[in-house]
Design a protein around this ligand. Sequence first.
Ligand code: FES
Length: 60
Amino acid sequence: MSITVCPDGPLLVRGGYQLLDGDDRPIDPGRATVALCRCGASSIKPFCDGSHKRARFRAR
Ligand code: FES
């Protein structure tokens, strides 16, 4: 598994991983690579929907 921090954007998770919700229930991402929101603006959390651009999210 690898996690890539996108500048001012999501975390890209690739490879063998298991995604769990807050109650430790599995979330099926439906794909091998996922983009996880870290800006808080996504309407499909925990996944990124591109809203970080409209929100002008800055990681620094
Ligand atoms: S990081 Fe993309 S919507 Fe939050």
